[in-house]
Design a protein around this ligand. Structure first.
Ligand code: MN
Length: 191
């Protein structure tokens, strides 16, 4: 079974100026594609040749894990955006955010702070646990919270390749703008 690069649900220039077409050409067209290609080279003859991507993320190690998790993480990230996003969460997700972080603005501030502080390459996540408690966590490199039994609701890629063409070293500015294209409708549906 081979893993395919999913299509983006918007045009390459649809998220400008927050995320430029140039960034998507490289980040989606080169980086994401390359994780897919490397994974497909590693799968034949491995224990994961017939596994689905989530099983690979949960159980694999080494190169299969690194490339498989990066495929999963990037698909999750790219499908969170819309040129016409729902700007605020409602319903159950909004109630949980207000309960666990105080307010939507306090959540955003805490998420940006933790994501900006992550040393090196990785991901910042909003996750929900089995008791329906929300938390913000960061992971290094390809790591993914589903390995720890947590359900991801949203993520920000803070590898430099995610923002360097548009923001150079200004990771906090990228994170501040991230909310302008994040579609809370998608995030709500993941609960
Ligand atoms: Mn990336």
């Amino acid at each position: 079974m081979s893993i395919e690069l999913p299509a983006l649900p918007y045009a390459k220039d649809a998220l400008e100026p927050v995320i430029s077409a140039k960034t998507l050409e490289f980040h989606y067209g080169k980086h994401h594609q390359s994780y897919v290609d490397k994974l497909n080279k590693l799968l034949p003859g491995s224990d994961f040749v017939n596994a689905d991507l989530e099983t690979i993320v949960k159980k694999a190690k080494g190169g299969i894990f690194n490339n498989g998790a990066q495929v999963w993480n990037h698909t999750f990230y790219f499908t969170s955006f819309s040129p016409d996003p729902k700007e605020e969460p409602e319903g159950k997700l909004r109630a949980l955010i207000d309960r666990d972080f105080g307010s939507l603005d306090q959540f955003k501030g805490a998420f940006e702070k933790d994501a900006a502080a992550l040393f090196g390459s990785g991901w910042a996540w909003l996750v929900i646990d089995e008791a329906e408690k929300l938390s913000i966590i960061t992971t290094s490199n390809a790591d993914n919270p589903i390995r720890d039994g947590l359900k991801p609701l949203l993520t920000a890629d803070v590898w430099e390749h995610a923002y360097y063409l548009d923001y150079q070293n200004r990771r906090p500015e990228y994170l501040g703008n991230f909310w302008k294209v994040l579609d809370w409708q998608v995030v709500e549906e993941r609960i």
